[in-house]
Write a protein that binds this ligand. Structure first.
Ligand code: 13P
Ligand code: SF4
Length: 305
């Protein structure tokens, strides 16, 4: 019998890969597609933690990552044994972890969040009188502490891509534009960059901001995130002057090496069943990691439905 293959791609993959996918989205959207997918094989053109999340949410499916090397610096910079020790220092806190984390990391978390719902979930926990620790992204956590006056203890890992955006290069780029200009940014960027932004949000949030843009037609819109999303923004609003924020003068070249391991050849091979099969998580590990993810999905359905 022919196997049903569903291909999912994150916005940070290159345009050719997005064109090969059944669904393209941000982390939250792809988790929901993976959960509902009626598929024998889910090809996940993204990075490993995303493929693991898909497997945890849809354990019957054979989830295949096209290139085994597609990791994420937020995962590689987090030693889970050390994280577990850190967590023990705050026994009366709720441990909220960003979805950019390994299955093992999720299993020692109380809540999982994505960049789309992190603000609302943490606000909800504070409103209930809870104290929160946040891992692994110190830029995202630092921004939340700054923006909402929280005092969350933070784990210290960064996205090696977003962490490269810097204020000096941005100021120079801004100065070179005489007229109207805007900055929209992903919360994995450093705080000085986020403080300058007109909008801070997830990849889908930024895409929606661009779709709904009503400002001047000649404005320059700088985008502080991975370059893949510029493709989707350009498709949605070909009339706008959209530019990736620079990481140094003249370089609009900030790309995630792990996302870009999803080449056309690797994705085609994965659709034939070749690649890293996410078959190494035990049922117990998956159950422990599923709990905080389901908590997030249930919250999202309740609040965003
Ligand atoms: P989103 O949650 O916005 O899709 O971001 C995922 C990611 O890896 C950002 O670097
Ligand atoms: Fe990880 Fe950053 Fe790449 Fe996203 S862009 S997958 S956070 S390294």
């Amino acid at each position: 019998m022919t196997k049903r293959v569903v291909t999912l791609a994150h916005y940070y993959t290159s345009p050719e890969i997005q064109q090969m996918a059944d669904k393209v989205g941000d982390s939250l959207e792809l988790s929901l597609y993976a959960k509902e997918a009626q598929a024998d094989i889910i090809v996940f053109a993204g990075v490993r933690f995303m493929a693991e999340t898909a497997k945890i949410l849809n354990p019957q499916a054979d989830v295949v990552l096209p290139d085994a090397g597609s990791t994420c610096s937020l995962v590689t910079q987090t030693d889970v044994a050390a994280l577990t020790q850190w967590r023990k220092r705050y026994p009366d806190h709720v441990h909220v972890s960003y979805i950019n984390s390994s299955a093992e990391h999720k299993a020692v978390s109380d809540w999982i969040v994505t960049s789309r719902n992190v603000d609302d979930i943490i606000a909800h926990l504070y409103a209930e009188g809870k104290k929160v620790i946040f891992s692994p992204d110190r830029n995202m956590g630092g921004y939340l502490n700054y923006q909402y006056d929280y005092d969350m203890p933070l784990w210290s890992a960064v996205c090696e891509v977003h962490d490269k955006f810097n204020e000096t290069a941005l100021n120079e780029a801004f100065d070179a534009v005489p007229g109207e200009k805007y900055l929209i940014a992903h919360p994995e960027s450093p705080l000085p960059v986020l403080k300058k932004a007109d909008y801070v949000g997830s990849t889908s949030g930024m895409l929606n901001w661009v779709k709904n843009y009503q400002g001047g037609a000649k404005a320059v819109i700088f985008v502080a995130t991975e370059d893949g999303i510029l493709y989707n923004m350009g498709l949605a609003r070909p009339d706008l002057d959209l530019r990736q924020a620079p990481i140094y003068a003249g370089c609009q070249c900030n790309s995630c090496p792990f996302m870009k391991m999803n080449t056309v050849e690797a994705v085609k091979r994965a659709q034939q069943g070749e690649g890293l099969h996410i078959d190494y998580l035990s049922p117990e590990q998956m159950d422990a990691a599923r709990l905080p993810i389901e908590r997030m999905l249930e919250f999202s359905q309740r609040y965003y439905a």
